[in-house]
Design a protein around this ligand. Structure first.
Ligand SMILES: Cc1cc2nc3c(=O)[nH]c(=O)nc-3n(C[C@H](O)[C@H](O)[C@H](O)COP(=O)(O)O)c2cc1C
Length: 184
């Protein structure tokens, strides 16, 4: 049972990093194998909007600039049994690093229709608005739309701010354990 955590935080400490750690511990507690991919550590290019709006992503379902690390992450997503996406809320949205990846990934996978690598795959969504606390709903709206395009199944939404941090970090661990148990 392989769970891939896709993280969009640039930090190695703080609220969002704690969310990643709680998720990892929850997966391991339930007996799952866990890998964390940090999108900020891979300097991914943004979508080049090839041709007249589509490139090789539409027919071949690969990005023609995938040698920047994109292809390897695309393969990891396909190989995972379940997924956890964790992002800080920036400007009421997912982080720019996460957006750079998923803008390209969505083109490659959504263009496969029912053969999308994430079709029916369960995803736990975690967003941390650690500043004002605003923007959580709009961030989740973007994540929900992405999951729908990819035909993935949303397991749960967990929003974590400065005030609910203590009990929501516990919730993330329990949600990650439940994700493992229910994805077997
Ligand atoms: C560019 C930028 C935009 C941000 N926008 C928001 C926001 O819209 N709402 C919010 O509550 N916090 C916002 N924050 C704060 C982050 O959400 C916060 O840093 C994040 O929850 C991660 O917490 P951490 O930095 O302790 O890991 C923003 C931070 C940055 C750097």
């Amino acid at each position: 049972m392989k769970v891939l955590i896709v993280s969009g935080t640039p930090k190695h400490e703080g609220l969002c990093h704690s969310c990643v750690e709680s998720a990892r511990l929850g997966v391991e507690k339930a007996g799952g194998d866990c890998e964390v991919v940090n999108l900020c550590q891979t300097k991914l290019k943004v979508c080049a909007v090839c041709g007249e709006g589509w490139g090789t992503c539409r027919q071949d379902h690969v990005c023609q600039f995938g040698d920047d690390g994109f292809d390897a992450i695309q393969e990891k997503l396909a190989a995972a049994d379940a997924l956890i996406f964790v992002t800080p809320v920036y400007w009421g949205d997912i982080s720019e690093a996460m957006k750079a990846f998923f803008d390209r990934y969505r083109r490659c996978e959504a263009s496969k229709g029912d053969s999308s690598a994430l079709n029916g795959k369960r995803i736990l969504l975690v967003a941390s608005p650690g500043g004002s606390g605003n923007g959580m709903v709009s961030c989740f709206e973007q994540m929900e739309r992405l999951c729908k395009h990819l035909k993935a199944e949303i397991f749960d939404f967990v929003g974590v701010n400065r005030w609910n941090r203590e009990y929501k970090l516990v919730t993330i661990g329990e949600a990650a354990s439940a994700l493992v148990a229910q994805s077997k």
